[in-house]
Design a binder for this molecule. Structure first.
Ligand SMILES: Nc1ncnc2c1ncn2[C@@H]1O[C@H](COP(=O)(O)OP(=O)(O)OP(=O)(O)O)[C@@H](O)[C@H]1O
Ligand SMILES: NC(=O)c1ccc[n+]([C@@H]2O[C@H](CO)[C@@H](O)[C@H]2O)c1
Ligand SMILES: [Mg+2]
Length: 200
C-alpha cells in the first residue's frame, strides 16, 4: 500500500524538524522537500511590494516537484533505493505487501491543483505572527532575508495563501506549532498510525 502525507504550513512552523523525526522512525518512508525546488535567485522577479517574490508558487519549479512525487508513486521501492532509503526485503517479491510512505513537506503545498489529490492525509502547522517573526529572524536561507522581507512579503503572502487554501475547503488537520518538538512528533506519529490502520 502507498500512503502520501502532506506536511504544510507557515514558514518556521517546524515542518522540516517534524518531518526529520518522522522519517527516522517510519519504515519504508521517503521524503520530498518543496524547498529543494526553489528556482535560482536570478529567476525570482521583484514584485509590487519591492521584494523578490520568494513566497509565491512561481518561485519554485512545481512541475519538477510533481514529477518527483509521481516517480515515487510509480515505483516506491526504486525511489527509496535511489534516495538511499532502506526498504524491507519482502518488497522485492511484492511491493504491495508492504506499506510505503511518502512525506511531502513545504510551505505552499495545498495551493497547487496538480498536487491536491495525491495526499492521503494533509497536515498544516501554524504558529502566531510574533513567534514566526522571531524564529525567522534566527534563520539563514541560501539567500538571506533582506530587511523588511518578513512584514513586507513573507507574512502577507502566508495570509493570502492560507485564505486561498481555506476557501478550497480541503480536509486539513491543523497542528499547533507552539507545542514542543516532542509533543508534535508524538501527536502526528500516533495520528498517522491510526490513519494507516484505517486505510488498510
Ligand atoms: N516545536 C517547536 N518548538 C520550538 N521551536 C521549534 C519547533 N520546531 C522547530 N523549531 C525551531 O524553529 C525553527 C524552524 O524550524 P523548521 O526549520 O523545522 O521549520 P520549517 O517550517 O521547516 O521552516 P521553513 O519555512 O524554513 O521551511 C528552527 O530553529 C527549529 O529549531
Ligand atoms: N531555499 C531557498 O532557496 C530560499 C531562498 C530564499 C527564501 N527562502 C524562504 O524559504 C521559505 C520556505 O521554506 C520561504 O518563506 C522563502 O522565503 C528559501
Ligand atoms: Mg523547512
Amino acid at each position: 500500500m502507498k500512503f502520501i502525507i502532506g506536511i504544510g504550513g507557515v514558514t518556521n512552523g517546524g515542518k522540516t524538524t517534524l518531518t526529520g523525526r518522522l522519517i527516522k522512525n517510519l519504515p519504508n518512508c521517503c521524503v520530498v522537500h518543496q524547498d529543494d525546488f526553489f528556482k535560482p535567485q536570478d529567476q525570482i522577479e521583484f514584485g509590487e511590494d519591492g521584494f523578490r517574490q520568494w513566497d509565491v508558487m512561481t518561485a519554485m519549479d512545481m512541475d519538477a516537484m510533481v514529477n518527483t512525487v509521481k516517480g515515487w508513486m510509480e515505483n516506491p521501492v526504486k525511489f527509496a533505493r535511489s534516495h538511499g532509503v532502506s526498504v524491507s526485503a519482502a518488497d522485492d517479491s511484492d511491493p504491495e505487501r508492504e506499506i510505503h510512505i511518502l512525506i511531502v513537506e513545504g510551505f505552499l503545498l495545498y495551493n497547487y491543483k496538480p498536487l491536491l489529490d495525491v495526499f492521503n492525509k494533509s497536515y498544516y502547522v501554524t504558529i502566531p505572527y510574533e513567534e514566526c517573526k522571531r524564529r525567522r529572524s534566527t534563520r539563514n536561507y541560501t539567500v538571506p532575508d533582506p530587511p523588511g522581507l518578513f512584514d513586507g512579503h513573507v507574512w502577507p503572502m502566508y495570509l493570502k495563501h492560507r485564505k486561498e487554501m481555506e476557501n478550497n475547503s480541503l480536509d486539513i488537520q491543523y497542528l499547533d506549532g507552539m507545542k514542543s518538538k516532542e509533543e508534535l512528533y508524538n501527536q502526528v506519529y500516533e495520528d498517522m498510525q491510526n490513519s494507516l490502520l484505517n486505510a488498510l
